[in-house]
Design a protein around this ligand. Structure first.
Ligand SMILES: [Zn+2]
Length: 228
């Protein structure tokens, strides 16, 4: 599909301090797209993203890719702590958990894929650098949520999704394996919190932070597929 981008500049950005290596996907988590866009452009709110994808698939650009948008906040991925400096952020209009976790519209996902492919063609972001906000901030964030179609994106070349019969590494220590994948397990983030974020992304049938046999096997598959 062709990608039409409408400019809606936000004042909320500053200079990058690192090259781009991560793509962070979010949901807006507000009642309407317009409310979210207003907030992302409000200097008082102090938040932004490079792009917003609306429910009908319309794409808005708020911040230039060369600048540092303010979407990630506290957290880390694969040892990178200033995720805003190292990433491009896409906000996907969706009410999220607070508004009943509505399904993502097909047209919206098609635009997210087209936009992501466009971004990946212009920046050295490895497949394992495509993450959800909850992956880099498991203690604070749940977005884009367990209804987000990661497998569909991976099938289109955006991010990794090991198949059900993919090779599986043996996981002795769950915390170490999640850390090796990129999760910020450490002083501020417990293994249980990281397991919950992992389940929200890769094993959505039960999101309880318990590393059961199925979760451990899935961690082994993702560990085998990820190369930082
Ligand atoms: Zn977010």
């Amino acid at each position: 599909m062709s990608l039409i981008v409408t400019h809606r500049p936000s004042p909320n950005f500053n200079a990058r301090k690192a090259p781009v290596s991560i793509l962070v996907l979010h949901y807006t988590g507000m009642e309407t797209g317009e409310a979210a866009i207003e907030r992302l452009c409000d200097p008082e709110a102090g938040v932004s993203a490079h792009y917003v994808v609306e429910e009908d698939g319309a794409v808005l650009q708020l911040v230039a890719e060369s600048d540092r948008a303010w979407h990630a906040g506290m957290g880390a991925w694969a040892g990178r702590k200033d995720v805003n400096s190292a990433s491009i952020g896409i906000e996907i209009v969706n009410g999220g958990h607070e508004f009943g976790l509505p399904a993502f519209a097909a047209a919206q996902i098609e635009s997210v894929i087209a936009l992501s492919r466009d971004i990946l063609s212009r920046h050295p972001i490895a497949p394992d650098g495509v993450i959800g906000h909850s992956d880099m901030a498991p203690d604070r964030k749940q977005d884009p949520g367990e209804r987000f179609p990661w497998a569909r994106l991976a099938a289109a070349g955006v991010g990794l999704w090991p198949a059900a019969d993919a090779p599986c590494a043996i996981v002795d220590d769950v915390g170490s394996a999640l850390k090796a994948i990129g999760y910020p397990v450490g002083a501020a983030i417990s293994v249980d919190q990281a397991v919950m974020a992992f389940q929200r992304r890769f094993r959505t049938s039960r999101i309880d932070g318990v590393a059961d046999a199925e979760t451990r096997a899935r961690i082994g598959q993702v560990f085998a597929a990820y190369r930082h």
